[in-house]
Ligand binder design. Sequence first.
Ligand code: PGA
Length: 244
Amino acid sequence: MKYIIGNWKSNMTYNNFKSYVQQINTLKTDIAKITVGISVPHIFLLEAEKTINHPIYSQDCEAYKFGSNTGRISYEHLKDININHAIIGHSEQRRFNDNTNEIINTKLTTLLNNDFNVILCIGEPLDIYEENKTIEFLQNQIGSALKNVDIKKLNNLVIAYEPIWAIGTNKIPSNDYIQNALQEIKQYVEIITKFKNIPTLYGGSVNLSNIDNLKTIVNLDGFLIGSGSLKADDFIKMVYALEK
Ligand code: PGA
C-alpha cells in the first residue's frame, strides 16, 4: 500500500475548499494500492467527511473524552462524525501546542485503542541533523510514542519522517539520507515491538517538481505533503505520479 496525504494545516478558504472537493472527487485510483488522504482544518472536518471520497485526517485531536476543555477537539468528536484517521505528533503541534512525547504517547494509544488509523510524525531539528544525531533522536521519539501501545493495533499505524528543517523550506535531505532514516525507523519499530515493515512516509517540501525523484527512495511508502497539496490540480498530479 502506498500513501499520499495532503496536510492543509491552517490554510484554505471555504470557497476554495468547495472547489477542491469537486476536483479531488474526480480522482480515479485503486484504493487497494494507494491511500489518498486529506487532512483539513478542524472547521472543515464535518463537511469534508460528508463530501470527499477519500479518508479525511484530523490534524491532531485530544485524547480526552467530551468534557470541559474549551477550544479543544476530543477524539470522541471525530468518532461521532465518522472520522477515524488522524495525524499525531506533527512538529508544529509539538512546538506550538506543547505536545510532549508523553502527550503524544497518550494520544497515540487512545486513538489506536479506538480503532483510528494514525500517522505519527517524527523528525529532527536542524542542530540534531548537523550533529549527525538524527537516528538517536528518531529512536527516542518512536520509543516514547509507542510505549505500552497494543502491538495488535500497529496495523493501523504509519510513521511519517519529517525533518523539521525541511518543512516549508525547500531544503530536503539527500535521497540516501531519507532512505537510511526510513530503514532505521522500520528496524527500530521491529526491535521494540516485533512488528515488521511499518509503513514509512517522507514529508518536508515535497512538490510536483521533486516527487518523481523522491518516489524512487527505497523503504519509502509515500508522502505527507503540506503546501504542495493546497492546489487540487497539483495534488492530483502528485497522486498519479506516485501511483505509477
Ligand atoms: P511542507 O509541509 O510540505 O509544506 O513542507 C509538510 C508537513 O509539515 O507535513
